[in-house]
Design a protein around this ligand. Structure first.
Ligand code: TGC
Ligand code: FAD
Length: 398
């Protein structure tokens, strides 16, 4: 008789290809042995250990889907997602580091960059010797990046950047920032968004840290400030123009988050399952009561749906059939469900659930950011709504 798998009820892992499974196992072993022991300190002390960059690089976990000449291991998109799941099982902040480096920095350089840019940056980003960040959001423009204020004015041999980006993962430790800015005073491209590679020692550029976050505390977050920063032509993406550029990067990063949320949710569900069997009240394990049992049943039902969505999305991406609205559907669903599961698990742990040691509230707080960044829960609902009706509802009518 087939036994029931309490962690993978519909046995999705048995469908994985051998290469993908091997990468998943490498990531799992690394995350459990090297990241898990750092997670509590990272959260309590608001600390990202930069050795993590080179450790992940050594294992081929950064930009894994790129070809070997640029430091990747030609991994499938499914494998990339499985890495995100294992890393986020420990901490969404570590997955953030990995996602930004892989999807928001290496992907655009690989896709939009010149050969010289690829050779200069990609191999070192893949080993973790260089760290990158991605600047789209601004203090006054989050969900609506198309209204951004950061400007780029063409000058001899390059562009002059002015403005500021905010809430930028990795910014205080980044060697290179992929920055999106609007061309100004430019006949051909007035108001068109272009991409730039801003390096940390460029004059007029700074990246102050944003301290005292209550979420993603093990991830470095900061601003990017540009005061007449000269960016030479060789640091400009030559051809990509418009919002399509950053959104193509977001398709990849949001896809990784779909998987990452599965890992965080699985952790919280497994902890709740263990806790209600060990903790006794009224002379019985808490798990002997109906309410905790149906809470566990709801969690596993949601997780099974999340696993199958992520796995199927990976297959569609690997076979070139992914549509961005599929990513919105899955990002919205998996982040919203993961957050709900983490909150319920926290409740099932009673007072212990508020302590760092159990690491559940840590996931609750992290998932608040994950549900917000890369397009909020509601913005992805509106993207789907527009797809379904053909009518955009981002701006009020009347
Ligand atoms: P819209 O008119 O929809 O589109 C403008 C142009 O972009 C194209 N496009 C896409 N292309 C590829 N993939 C997609 N997903 C695309 N979505 C749109 C579109 O075809 C059009 O191209 P063209 O050639 O016709 O000009 O633009 P809009 O201004 O109406 O967009 C509205 C909306 C809400 C969909 C969009 O602004 C949005 O997605 N907002 C959310 C912002 C967001 O996600 N920011 C993320 C910042 S990065 C981040 O959070 C990193 S956290 C990382 C971590 O720590 O893990
Ligand atoms: P707002 O856009 O001001 O939205 C506030 C609320 O209003 C949300 O609930 C939203 O859903 C709702 N809302 C907004 N517009 C509408 C509408 N038209 N209809 C209905 N509801 C609406 N950005 C980067 O560029 N790079 C990064 O590396 C990065 N890292 C991040 C790391 C962290 C920890 C966090 C928290 C954010 C990060 N971000 C990054 C920024 C992130 O992408 C934005 O926070 C997100 O896009 C939302 O923008 P906002 O915070 O300005 O919220």
């Amino acid at each position: 008789k087939q036994s029931f798998n309490k962690d993978d009820a519909f046995l999705f892992e048995s469908e994985l290809k051998e290469d993908d499974r091997m990468i998943m196992e490498t990531a799992r072993e690394y995350a459990q042995s090297k990241l898990e022991p750092r997670a509590l300190k990272g959260n309590q002390e608001e600390y990202f250990d930069q050795d993590i960059a080179t450790e992940m690089g050594d294992l081929g976990l950064l930009g894994s889907y790129l070809p070997p000449e640029y430091g990747g291991v030609n991994a499938s998109q499914t494998a990339y997602g499985l890495i995100a799941r294992e890393v986020e099982r420990v901490d969404s902040g570590y997955r953030s580091f990995m996602s930004v480096q892989s999807s928001l920095v290496m992907y655009p350089i690989f896709t939009f960059g010149t050969d010289e840019q690829k050779e200069r940056f990609l191999p070192k980003l893949a080993t973790g010797e260089l760290v990158g960040c991605f600047g789209l959001t601004e203090p006054d423009h989050g969900s609506d990046p198309g209204s951004m204020s950061t400007t780029a004015i063409k000058t001899d041999g390059g562009w002059i950047l002015n403005g500021a980006k905010m809430w930028i993962t990795n910014s205080p430790i980044a060697d290179v920032a992929v920055v999106w800015a609007k061309a100004k005073e430019n006949k051909e491209d007035e108001g068109v968004i272009r991409g730039f590679l801003v390096e940390k020692d460029m004059e007029g550029f700074s990246a102050p840290e944003t301290k005292y976050k209550m979420s993603l505390r093990a991830s470095e977050t900061g601003e990017l400030v540009f005061e007449d920063v000269f960016v030479p032509d060789e640091n400009t993406f030559p051809d990509i123009k418009g919002l399509k550029g950053p959104f193509m990067c977001l398709n990849s990063a949001r896809y990784g988050i779909v998987w990452g949320a599965v890992g965080a949710a699985e952790f919280c569900y497994q902890k709740a399952r263990q806790y209600v069997m060990e903790r006794k009240q009224f002379g019985h394990p808490i798990g002997a009561n109906q309410i905790p049992q149906t809470k566990l049943a709801d969690m596993l039902t949601d997780i099974t749906q999340m696993q199958l969505l992520a796995w199927r999305l990976g297959e569609l991406k690997d076979s070139g059939r992914l549509h961005p609205s599929m990513v919105s559907l899955a990002k919205r669903n998996n982040c919203g469900k993961a957050l709900e599961i983490a909150r319920v698990s926290r409740d099932m742990h009673g007072a212990n659930g508020i302590t760092g040691d159990y690491r559940v509230i840590h996931h609750v707080m992290n998932l608040e950011s994950v549900n917000t960044y890369e397009g909020t829960y509601d913005i992805h609902g509106l993207i789907l709504g527009r797809e379904l009706t053909g009518i955009q509802a981002f701006t009020p009518k009347g």
